[in-house]
Design a protein around this ligand. Structure first.
Ligand code: GDP
Ligand code: MG
Length: 163
């Protein structure tokens, strides 16, 4: 069985866009409407000449326990719990939000190996974007632009080092 990497984060940070880039598909629904991915979507990342790994996209953790949003959140948590590695995806444009703080607190409790991925850094100073999340305490966060496929090879290297 392939090792499993889960994409976790609040809605609209670009998890599905990243999933599509990693798996080279258009399977995940990418939308401007937050919370568009409600189920778990599985795919495989097959980097050339390197180890393949499975990827699961989630609808995001929205901090609610009730209704459809709650169901989506529970799915995302379940995906994180079964993963070998969690990619905690955040939005470099918006910086750290209260919901990111909540998700981080949950991830710490879940105690899964986690890599911080700062997305949407196109047109931004990458170091400044990473610094926005310095207080989260990840020693080696990765900045990417999923929409522009920038930083993806480095991200895959970091993932494979941890699998
Ligand atoms: P999800 O809810 O976390 O799955 O987010 P989506 O993948 O659906 O993306 C939400 C929005 O952010 C869409 O409008 C994407 O086109 C946009 N987006 C995703 N990645 C990037 C990126 O790297 N840069 C920019 N500028 N926009 C992005
Ligand atoms: Mg999505």
């Amino acid at each position: 069985m392939l090792p499993l990497v889960a994409l976790v984060g609040r809605p609209n940070v670009g998890k599905s866009t990243l999933f599509n880039v990693l798996t080279r598909t258009r399977d995940a629904l990418v939308h401007d409407e937050p919370g568009v991915t409600r189920d778990r979507h599985y795919g495989v990342c097959r980097p050339e000449g390197r180890q393949a790994f499975a990827v699961v996209d989630t609808g995001g953790i929205a901090g609610e326990d009730e209704g459809l949003v709650g169901a989506t959140t529970r799915q995302a948590r379940a995906a994180a719990e079964e993963a070998d590695l969690v990619l905690f995806v955040v939005d470099g444009r918006e910086g750290a939000s209260a919901l990111d703080d909540e998700i981080l607190a949950w991830l710490r409790k879940a105690a899964r190996p986690t890599l911080l991925v700062v997305n949407k850094t196109d047109g931004l100073d990458s170091q400044a974007a990473l610094n926005e999340f310095a207080r989260y305490g990840f020693s080696d966060a990765v900045d990417v632009s999923s929409a522009h496929r920038r930083g993806i090879d480095d991200l895959i290297d970091e993932v494979l080092e941890r699998l």
